[in-house]
Design a protein around this ligand. Structure first.
Ligand code: PGA
Length: 254
């Protein structure tokens, strides 16, 4: 049994799990259900430390014949400005290593926002158009930043924002610095799907684990939606599930 408690608040479901592995397994179930519903589903994917075990579980399930992601189309949430897809710390490299290559996805159907372009603002708008032309995302995976960001929509991002170039806050730069050898290598800008882009996905699953996320999770779920906590706008979505371990759920009034 992976879920120790389920709380339903309108369209919002909160699954609280005993530990991080159990929470990742619930999210892996959601991804597998999306691909079972439609083998050609359009999946919105996330990077960062939190989803690594989810991708491991998806690969394991595919290797056992329990799921098949090879016909999926994917759209990632964000990419650092200035990093080419070949850069080892780019999100493109993360996705290739953790999921796309071992899951044998067709590279023509795996999409990330551009990190490098002659006109990066225009390239960001093109990414939004590409998602539109595919009639939107069926299932979106999200993490949450310590500051409540979703993708790289930092506090102050508008709920109707679309894919665009953003400046990263110092909090986020600090959190990302663990992936880089020197602080000055950590990118200060990114291209991110907007909050409005994310809210257009048909179903959303947000995964948060560990005590560092408890404050952001509580702000997202317990307060009225506000610019201060980008994840709080998810309360307005018709089909969203927060999957938490006990530690990340620690700030909720239960
Ligand atoms: P993390 O990042 O999974 O590495 O904690 C989450 C996020 O910033 O959205």
């Amino acid at each position: 049994m992976n879920v120790s408690r389920i709380i339903r608040r309108g369209n919002l479901t909160i699954c609280i799990c005993d530990n991080a592995a159990a929470a990742a397994a619930v999210v892996a179930d959601h991804a597998c259900n999306a691909i079972l519903d439609d083998p050609k589903a359009k999946l919105g994917l996330a990077t960062g430390g939190t989803p690594v075990p989810v991708y491991e579980m998806l690969l394991e399930r595919q290797s056992k014949g329990l799921a098949d992601f090879r016909n999926a189309t994917t759209f990632n949430l964000d990419e650092y400005v200035g990093l080419s897809p070949e850069h080892p710390q780019s999100f493109a490299a993360y996705m290739r290593d953790n999921f796309f290559t071992p899951a044998e996805l067709n590279p023509d159907r795996t999409h990330l926002p551009p990190g490098i372009a002659d006109d990066i603002e225009a390239a960001a708008r093109d990414y939004e158009d590409l998602i539109e032309r595919h009639s939107g995302i069926d299932w979106q995976l999200l993490g949450i930043g310590n500051n409540g960001h979703i993708a790289f929509n930092e506090p102050g991002s508008l709920p109707n924002s679309r894919t665009r170039v953003v400046n990263l806050t110092q909090d986020t730069v600090n959190a990302n610095s663990r992936f880089f050898e020197a602080d000055e290598e950590v990118p200060r800008r990114a291209v991110t799907m907007g909050i409005g882009t994310i809210l257009r996905a048909r179903a959303i699953t947000l995964l948060a684990v560990g005590p560092n996320k408890a404050g952001a999770v509580a702000a997202a779920l317990e307060r009225k939606p506000s610019l201060e906590c980008p994840a709080s706008w998810l309360q307005q979505h018709a089909d969203v599930t927060f999957v938490l371990d006990d530690a990340a759920a620690g700030g909720l009034c239960r």
